[in-house]
Write a protein that binds this ligand. Structure first.
Ligand code: 13P
Ligand code: SF4
Length: 331
């Protein structure tokens, strides 16, 4: 099961409705690069995308780095291969540019489980609190927040929060708990979680650790506390990637979405990366939303210039300030 390789998690969509709309003789990679040139576009991709999409992107990163790239791009069009809240973030930071995404339905369970009216009611129960929202949230929730954070800057952001005010942290309780422990700041946690990271099985992880006693465990802070307790390193996707590359160890059990293995295997083919299994009988864990994007849909969104991310200007402006504050505080 170690090093499943690209074929281990690559979807072949030859019979998909998207493929049916494409001339089968086309070289999709070449067409995508040609369209990119023609429309002066930049392709941004998250580490959880299929390897073939990551390989075509101008920039692959974690949510913070993708937001930073989006903020500084000069391209006319941003093609965002990730989930909806990430493309929305790019649009908020780039109101003048066209933002395309391969599949408009690529949502996020964390964001979906935190509807803005319920979050507003939660805030009302804690008047005077300073509100920090994880970037995995809707623009409506961002607009209710004082500052945004990602998993790579959450500690830094919480440390900068006013000391004389209680902190509300949402929507990921596991990230919140991990940051609270690291910073010593008490936080009022919205009870949300990611459906991908919350199903890693502690029992199977311990079995893998016994099978590979030399391996280090690296995990994303969206995992449950009892899973994180086994990790040698906890961090964002970029943090995990950097860690395994600089560690002298040769094998790693990776407790996050399996797409990250693509960059690990490319950068360190001599090392062994073992995906931690979820509690559902599968050998590795995929985000069903991230995996809605395919090479075919990427090509179609560029060819047809749709789906495009559009936003109400007032909402966009309301969500912009807390996002810009995050970028200032992370610099
Ligand atoms: P990163 O910010 O670490 O890339 O995480 C994004 C995400 O959605 C994790 O599930
Ligand atoms: Fe959202 Fe979880 Fe998918 Fe990340 S892995 S995009 S938090 S559902």
């Amino acid at each position: 099961m170690a090093n499943p390789g690209r074929g281990g998690y690559k979807h072949h969509m030859a019979n998909s409705p998207a493929a049916a709309r494409i001339d089968p003789s086309l070289d999709l990679e070449r067409e995508i690069l040609r369209l990119k040139q023609d429309m002066n576009a930049v392709i941004l991709a998250h580490y959880y995308q299929e390897g073939e999409i990551q390989d075509l992107a101008d920039f692959v990163g974690d949510s913070l780095a993708l937001a930073q790239q989006a903020a500084k791009t000069t391209a006319d069009v941003i093609v965002f291969c990730g989930v909806h809240f990430m493309a929305e973030t790019a649009k908020i930071l780039n109101p003048e540019r066209q933002v395309l995404l391969p599949d408009l339905h690529a949502g996020c369970s964390l964001s979906d489980r935190c509807p803005a009216p319920a979050f507003r009611a939660f805030k009302e129960k804690h008047p005077g609190a300073f509100v920090i929202s994880y970037v995995n949230s809707s623009a409506e929730v961002k607009a209710e927040s004082d500052v945004i954070c990602t998993s790579s800057n959450a500690t830094k952001i919480v440390e900068r929060a006013p000391k004389d005010r209680p902190i509300i942290f949402g929507p990921d309780q596991h990230l919140g708990r991990w940051v609270a422990k690291k910073t010593g700041r008490e936080m009022i946690l919205w009870p949300g979680s990611c459906m991908v990271h919350e199903i890693f099985s502690e029992k199977k992880l311990v079995q893998l650790m016994t099978e590979y006693p030399e391996a280090e465990v690296v995990a994303h802070p969206e995992c449950e506390e009892r899973v994180l307790a086994h990790a040698h390193y906890v961090g964002s996707t970029k943090g995990i990637l950097d860690y395994v590359l600089r560690s002298p160890k040769r094998s790693f059990i990776v407790v996050t979405e399996v797409g990250i293995l693509h960059q690990m295997q490319k950068a360190a083919p001599q090392k062994t990366f073992i995906p931690a299994p979820p509690d559902n009988g599968c050998a590795c864990n995929e985000c069903p939303f991230m995996k809605l994007n395919t090479l075919e849909k990427l090509y179609l969104c560029m060819r047809d210039r749709t789906p495009e991310l559009k936003m109400d200007p007032a909402l966009r402006e309301a969500a912009r300030r807390p996002l810009e504050r995050m970028l200032e505080w992370s610099a």
